[in-house]
Design a protein around this ligand. Structure first.
Ligand SMILES: Nc1ncnc2c1ncn2[C@@H]1O[C@H](COP(=O)(O)OP(=O)(O)OP(=O)(O)O)[C@@H](O)[C@H]1O
Ligand SMILES: [Mg+2]
Length: 220
């Protein structure tokens, strides 16, 4: 059997003990290098699923395996483990406000690469690439919290990509973007996929990415 990069095996998750499960006996398998779209109504559990995939929440039942490793609360408690895991998997939160906390756009994008211990020169080169790619050069010295919603989203995406993760988990990346920027994002995602990245996108605009999608999963 072909091992998948990401495998959720019959997981069940609920936020509060007495509440009904948000995810019940849910399974998912994602092959390396594929692009999967997650659709579903508001409240169907897309963001919850992403919290589990990124190791922020843990199912009460079932297993999550990433690249052959079982991702459990115990495993993630070990700093070396969680660091290794987070290096491979990038997460764009549904709300960019949650992600942006640096004084300048430049520092926002440089934050991850600095954390990774890259040299100043390498950080600079990577940030310059991202600013260019996301058309953010003119905003580099601005405060992220003063930007418009769509600009914030672009900065948050650039900050995720600056880490160059193998897997990208993007929660509503198209929301709040104008048409031109949406089309531009689609091209970026197609290029990332072509370069071998694994991409999982929650969106209500799946049609924008149909060209790149290998699978569409609808949450119920
Ligand atoms: N922190 C939390 N505590 C308790 N319940 C929560 C929490 N976060 C989400 N929920 C509940 O879990 C369910 C799934 O929410 P989730 O955010 O995963 O949905 P979603 O598919 O991402 O929705 P949307 O399309 O609006 O982003 C909802 O019923 C929600 O009320
Ligand atoms: Mg959501």
């Amino acid at each position: 059997m072909n091992m998948k990069l990401i495998e959720l095996d019959n997981i069940t998750f609920r936020y509060e003990k007495e509440e009904p499960a948000v995810l019940k006996d849910f399974s998912l398998a994602v092959a390396e290098g594929s692009c999967v779209i997650i659709e579903g109504d508001n409240g169907s559990g897309k963001t919850t699923l992403f919290r589990i995939l990124t190791g922020l929440s843990f199912p009460e039942k079932g297993e999550y395996s990433f690249d052959g490793t079982n991702i459990t609360r115990e495993y993630m408690k070990d700093n070396a483990n969680s660091k290794k895991f987070h290096k491979k998997i990038g997460y764009l939160f549904q709300s960019p406000d949650v992600m942006l906390f640096n004084p300048r756009v430049y520092d926002e994008i440089a934050f991850g690469p600095r954390q990774m211990g890259l040299s100043d020169q390498d950080v600079e080169a990577r940030v310059a690439d991202c600013l260019e790619m996301f058309n953010l050069r003119d905003l580099a010295d601005k405060a992220p919290y003063h930007l418009s919603g769509g600009q914030k989203k672009r900065v948050a995406l650039a900050a995720v990509l600056a880490l160059n993760p193998d897997v990208m988990i993007l929660d509503e990346p198209y929301a709040g973007l104008d048409k031109k920027t949406q089309e531009w994002l689609t091209q970026i995602l197609i290029e990332l996929k072509a370069s071998g990245k694994t991409i999982i996108v929650a969106t209500h605009s799946g049609e924008l990415l149909s060209e790149a999608a290998d699978e569409i999963i609808v949450m119920k």
